[in-house]
Design a protein around this ligand. Structure first.
Ligand SMILES: [Zn+2]
Ligand SMILES: [Zn+2]
Length: 222
């Protein structure tokens, strides 16, 4: 959403969504001589002022920009309540750690959870790959390939030069159990080795940033 806080506070283009540049037919009082115009006084406009988008072909009145921004903000809140993407499912294979806590949704090395004291579940010995986290992008965004889902495999620091960040496309039921429903939080994923479903909160910050960027691109969120 726009970070505008002055003339364009709460404004966005109804067509392309940008909020940086518009052309507005405004009023002012100019000093005029036979030579032309000189200094002008305050510039003013009302909600019915003719307005053009600085990026696309849209033309309308200034008041439309605020209505558009409200709609965009509503859509953004629906797709990302509290800034957390709604249509993603996330998996972690533990990166070689030996135990998993189903309550805290974290892989750990000790046998009892440091968070809640629960006895941890052992993890298959050959689990843990360099693309430890998998983010599956679900939902009906525009341009989604029918029958497929997009996903990204990431290491803990995907934006690091030696980090791993791989985009892929799988069958749309790649992370669904036998009944065809997605596995629940803490449950093992049907793909990979030792992958468990976790929540967005459990992702490392760097992975969160990458996943948010993907999500905003797919849903065309400004
Ligand atoms: Zn526009
Ligand atoms: Zn725990």
């Amino acid at each position: 959403m726009s970070a505008n806080s002055n003339c364009l506070e709460g404004c966005a283009c109804p067509s392309c969504g940008q909020s940086d540049l518009f052309r507005v037919a405004a009023f002012s009082v100019f000093e005029v001589t036979d030579e032309g115009t000189y200094d002008h006084f305050d510039v003013n406009w009302e909600d019915d002022a003719s307005t053009w988008c600085g990026e696309c072909e849209w033309k309308g009145v200034f008041g439309d920009l605020r209505k558009a921004a409200d709609k965009l903000a509503e859509r953004r809140e629906r797709l990302m309540p509290g800034g957390v993407p709604r249509y993603v499912r996330i998996y972690d294979n533990g990166g070689g750690m030996a135990h998993f806590c189903r309550r805290c949704l974290t892989f750990q090395d000790p046998e009892t959870c440091e968070g809640c004291g629960k006895k941890l579940l052992p993890v298959p010995a050959d689990s843990g790959t360099c693309d430890r986290y998998t983010v599956v992008y679900t939902g009906r965004y525009r341009g989604r390939t029918p029958g497929k889902v997009a996903y990204r495999g990431m290491s803990c620091r995907p934006s690091h030069p030696q980090g791993v960040s791989m985009w892929g496309e799988g069958e749309s039921d790649m992370d669904c159990g036998e009944a065809g429903f997605p596995v629940k939080l803490g449950e093992p994923a049907p793909f990979g080795r030792g992958d468990r479903r976790i929540s967005f909160k459990q992702l490392p910050d760097d992975c969160k940033q990458v996943a948010l960027r993907d999500y905003k691109d797919l849903w065309e969120i400004q």
